[in-house]
Design a protein around this ligand. Structure first.
Ligand SMILES: [Fe+2]
Length: 274
């Protein structure tokens, strides 16, 4: 499938707490990312706000419960709702995670890691094909953070490359996740980026993490750390000027402050001079 169309420039994850404050402005985000699960089937106030924002901004859907690595078959009832939602709001790009969050039809609200094996590459690739056929659009898959590593004989970068190659999916490269995993699992994040198939990157995520004892936790509750900004600039030097999305899910500051953070990030990345 063709590379999915993600809006250009720097976007922001849309959160309920600042819905009232979103207006188009020069320094503000060029687009917003939303989790379809948080908006599908919501009427009234939330729907009206989303419709208004959609009139001014392109949107990208970033799903949470596709559970592509699960042994369960795809939940087609859920996918039908996602498809209707994408069509209704004129959203082209749909991203998800290389993970699973359900077994036997029971869901947990967490993104769990899959084993890095050839068997899992095949399993996910088959499901990607089904999802793409059903949604009639290409899917973008994100590298997650993981705090334990299920048994598997491939390196993480090898596994991700194999999934991209075999499935034809594109990559949502989360550079904060690369950094957090590199510290927790002891690898060099720069060599990870040297090895990953950066030509398959559709867009990039950045977020803040925090230290909890001996490990880093991907909390999305703080500003982007300098080490991650450096890694982002390095990633962009390999991918070219792909879209970048700032995620913030905890201790969400005012919209004004998020716009300031986004502007700082954009200034540091110096698009046009990479
Ligand atoms: Fe992310």
């Amino acid at each position: 499938m063709e590379k999915p169309t993600v809006p250009e420039g720097f976007g922001l994850g849309l959160r309920y707490s600042f819905l009232e404050d979103v207006v188009p402005m020069e320094e503000g985000p060029s687009w917003f990312e939303i989790a379809p699960e948080n908006w599908m089937g919501r009427g009234g106030y939330f729907r009206r706000k989303l419709e208004r924002i959609r009139r001014d901004f392109p949107l990208v859907c970033h799903g949470l419960s596709l559970s592509i690595g699960s042994p369960d078959p795809l939940n087609l009832e859920f996918l039908r709702k996602v498809k209707d939602f994408l069509e209704e709001f004129g959203i082209e790009a749909y991203s998800e995670h290389i993970s699973f969050c359900s077994v036997g039809g029971e869901y947990v609200y967490d993104l769990l890691p899959v084993p890095f094996t050839e068997e899992m590459v095949k399993h996910i690739s088959k499901k990607v094909e089904e999802v793409q056929d059903f949604l009639e659009r290409p899917i973008i898959l994100e590298n997650i953070t993981y705090y334990y590593r299920p048994e598997g004989d491939l390196e993480e970068w090898e596994f991700i490359n194999a999934v991209l190659e075999e499935s034809g999916a594109f990559l949502l490269l989360d550079v904060n996740n690369v950094y957090v995993n590199s510290v927790n699992h002891g690898y060099d994040p720069y060599s990870f980026l040297d090895r990953i198939r950066t030509e398959r990157v559709a867009y990039i995520h950045v977020a803040g993490h925090e230290r909890l004892g001996r490990i880093l936790v991907d909390t999305h509750g703080d500003k982007v750390k300098e080490e991650v900004e450096d890694l982002l600039i390095y990633a962009l030097s390999k991918t070219g000027e792909v879209p970048v999305l700032l995620e913030r899910d905890n201790r969400i500051p005012s919209y004004e402050e998020l716009v300031k953070d986004l502007k700082e990030l954009r200034d540091k990345c110096r698009y046009g001079s990479l």
